[in-house]
Design a protein around this ligand. Sequence first.
Ligand code: 5GP
Ligand code: MG
Length: 208
Amino acid sequence: MAAGHVETAPSMGQVEFNGYLIEQMISEHELHVITQRLADEIYRDFKGKDLLLIGILKGANLFLGDLARELGRGNAEIGRPPMPVELDFLQVSSYEQETSTHNVRKHIDISTEIKDRNVLLVEDILDTGHTLTWIKEQLKDREPKSLSVCVMLDKPERREVFLKPEYTGKIIPNKFVIGSGLDFNQQFRNLPYVGVVIGPSQSRTVAV
Ligand code: 5GP
Ligand code: MG
């Protein structure tokens, strides 16, 4: 630790990151187990078929990377062979800080032609459902062969429009979570687990 840095140890289940105290909700290990199970489910449904994963930036970037790797690795324990997929991304925004505005805007479109292809939308978290509903409508017009949704996390209590993902990593309570791609004001995305910000940490730098 740097000289002059005074730190109070966080309590059990809490971690310091970027000057904040974070309560861990889903560990790295659990995220890995979840992602492997999702890859098994996706393989079961798409084995031998063409599949394009579309990650919704920026939040789904880390989850999409983990999921694509799991598909590519296979799962020896259940005899699942590696499954090749293609990747693309689109970027939308619909969130102002902690409040969903329902005002979805597209910033970056996919560069892949999806007509007659199996498309799997990959998203970090499903909340009110407005973002994914809007994206699905846009993509349906391009006539994919199939269009399904995989979310790392789901907060069904918050739903305002009906949407049931084909693949769900974990259902969580109505809390604003950060980490594993999820941000608060663009911070905390590279936290390797999912957690909740409790408040500023006791860490401070003192003049020496
Ligand atoms: P929806 O349109 O379903 O309300 O919102 C989906 C988007 O809102 C997600 O892709 C994510 O960017 C953001 N969002 C919803 N809930 C949370 C949350 O708990 N934490 C973070 N960081 N973003 C969230
Ligand atoms: Mg998002």
